[in-house]
Each structure stands twice: as structure tokens, then as C-alpha cells.
Ligand binder design. Structure first.
Ligand code: TD3
Ligand code: ZN
Length: 308
């Protein structure tokens, strides 16, 4: 299937109450794993590539690999999405390379500045069928005991979200509700602000995105540590919390950390188990297979399995 915009994928998810994984990749093995998992699960997919990924692999290389894979799996709806684009230049680089969806992340700027930049990106992308995601609030955890004012300063403001969506014309929104990027999301219990999420959904009605959604799954994390790694008490968003988030309106679930942990857990195991191995394929092949397992498990949790 030709690559499609993420809007096409997420509108169906929004209508039918499930979420689609946006899986980050910057090399061949991860991309192959994402498509293979989608094929086994009969799930749509969003491939997320950051500016860092474009720099590491080259945006043309990334596009070519994704295009080759989407041609090889014609039945799988797939979008290639720029993750956390920081400015118009990064967005244009992705658009020129063939990406079908972009995120403009100007959430660290004041509201008006965020809106202005986002409108500009919508103006460039919509005429050529490219979907646009923006973010409101800050991606950081908030402890249970902080004041209301502190929570409000960090997390999305639902009334603002309504105004932002109306004025910008974006296709989907990432509202900060208490997650953060990486392997260390929560010190104690994983708590997200679902009241806020519900309000944002009620007021906007568009597909919503959960960033920093990795779960730090137990089996992969255990393997990582069993073979010499140290995750230092990392903690992600548990599956049951993810399911609740989907129930309350999340339709795109960004996942990077879990794939990294899975891949490197298996690399560690393989390297430790065969000290004279000099063929990288014998190390990366099993690691790729393990990433497929982790993605499939996630597709089941999100409810995107069996939608194709
Ligand atoms: O946008 N991303 C991916 C890039 C974050 C770097 O890890 C996410 O929201 C996924 O977050 P994570 O770390 O939970 O997988
Ligand atoms: Zn993110």
C-alpha cells in the first residue's frame, strides 16, 4: 500500500475506540520488526522518526526503507511520521523526503507562539495531504502531592486545548497528562491525569496522542539486567493504565523505549551466549525477532490487532 497520512489511520481508531502504536525507528532491523509485527497482528502502524533518526540514518534512507517495506506489505495501512519536529526546517526536510505525517512540537513556547508555528505547519502540510500533530503542556511526571497550581503549570489546559484545536486545524493533539519520555517515568505508582484527558477529549473530539507511553515490560527488562545491563529501577506505563488511557480517548501511543530495551536485552543475551560470534546477523537477527514480540504484545493491548 502506498504510505498514507496518519489522519486516515487515527480517524478510524477514534471512531472505533482503539489506539495505534507509533513505533520509533532509525535502522533497518526496527523497521522490519514493526512491519512484521503489523503483518502478524493485522494491525495498522505509524512509523515514527525523529530529527535524530533523520540525522542518524539519513531521511532519504529512512523513507526508502519504509517505502520498500510498505510495498512488501501492501495490506498494511502505514504512515511515516516526523516525531517532535522542532521547527519549520525540520518539517520541510521530512516533507521533501516523503513523510506522510508530521509533529510540530512547539509546546515549550508560550501558547500564542505554539499556535502560530503550528498554524504555519498546517498551512504547508494540509494542501499536500500530510497530517499534523501538535502538543500542549509539558512532558513530565507530576507527583501526587504537588499543588493544583503546579499541576496546571505542567499539564494540558482543556479549555486551551479546545481553542488550540479550533484555531490551528491540527489533525491530532498530544495533551500532557503526566507521562515523560524514557525509562524513568514514575517514582511511585504510575498515575496519569485521566480527568484532564476526558475533558480534552470531550472538548476537542479529535484523536489524542500519548507520548512517553512505553511500559518498560517486565520480561525484556529482566533479560536486560540478567545479562549485565542496569535499568536502575526504571518504570513505565503499565498495560492496564494504557488500556484505560485508550478508553478515555487516546488513539496514538508513542513507543520507543520498549523497543530499545527489547533489542538490547536480546543483543546482550546473544553476545554473552556466544563469545566467538563475529557475524552481526547472528546477534541482530534474534534481537529483531524479540522486538517483533514486544510490538505484537503492545498491539494487542492497544486494540489495533485485527483491524486490517
Ligand atoms: O516521542 N516519543 C519517542 C521519542 C522519545 C525518546 O525515547 C515518545 O513519546 C515515546 O516515549 P517512550 O520513551 O515512552 O518510548
Ligand atoms: Zn514523544
Amino acid at each position: 500500500m502506498p504510505l498514507i497520512s496518519a489522519k486516515a489511520i487515527l480517524d478510524d481508531a477514534n471512531k472505533n475506540g482503539y489506539a495505534v502504536g507509533a513505533f520509533n525507528a532509525n535502522n533497518m532491523e526496527f523497521l522490519q520488526a514493526i512491519f512484521a509485527a503489523a503483518d502478524s497482528e493485522k494491525s495498522p502502524i505509524i512509523i515514527a522518526a525523529s530529527e535524530g533518526a533523520m540525522k542518524y540514518a539519513g531521511q532519504e534512507m529512512l523513507y526508502s526503507m519504509v517505502k520498500t517495506l510498505s510495498d512488501a506489505y501492501p495490506q498494511i495501512p502505514a504512515a511515516l511520521h516526523l516525531d517532535h519536529g522542532s521547527n519549520i526546517k525540520a518539517v520541510m526536510t521530512a516533507v521533501k523526503a516523503g513523510f506522510t505525517s508530521v509533529m510540530i512540537d512547539a509546546s515549550h513556547f508560550p501558547y500564542e507562539e505554539n499556535l502560530k508555528m503550528t498554524k504555519q505547519i498546517v498551512g504547508v502540510c494540509h494542501p499536500v495531504g500530510i497530517s499534523v500533530e501538535a502538543e500542549l503542556g509539558r512532558l513530565q511526571g507530576v507527583e501526587d502531592n504537588v499543588s493544583v497550581a503546579e499541576r496546571d503549570a505542567v499539564l494540558v489546559n482543556p479549555a486551551e486545548a479546545h481553542d488550540f484545536v479550533e484555531s490551528s486545524g491540527i489533525d491530532f493533539l498530544a495533551p500532557a497528562i503526566g507521562t515523560s519520555h524514557g525509562a524513568f517515568k514514575f517514582k511511585g505508582e504510575a498515575k496519569l491525569d485521566f480527568e484532564r484527558l476526558k475533558k480534552v477529549k470531550e472538548l476537542t473530539g479529535i484523536p489524542l496522542v500519548l507520548h512517553g507511553a512505553s511500559s518498560v515490560p517486565e520480561a525484556a527488562s529482566k533479560k536486560f539486567e540478567e545479562f549485565g545491563g542496569d535499568l536502575k529501577g526504571a518504570k513505565g506505563v503499565p498495560f492496564d493504565v494504557l488500556k484505560e488511557a485508550v478508553k478515555f480517548g487516546i488513539n496514538k501511543v508513542n513507543t520507543d523505549t520498549d523497543l530499545r530495551i527489547a533489542f538490547l536485552a536480546k543483543v546482550r543475551e546473544s553476545v554473552a551466549g556466544d563469545k566467538s560470534q563475529i557475524d552481526p546477523r547472528k546477534i541482530f537477527g534474534p534481537a529483531r525477532d524479540y522486538v517483533i514480540e514486544v510490538i505484537r504484545e503492545r498491539m494487542k493491548v492497544l486494540g489495533s490487532s485485527g483491524r486490517v
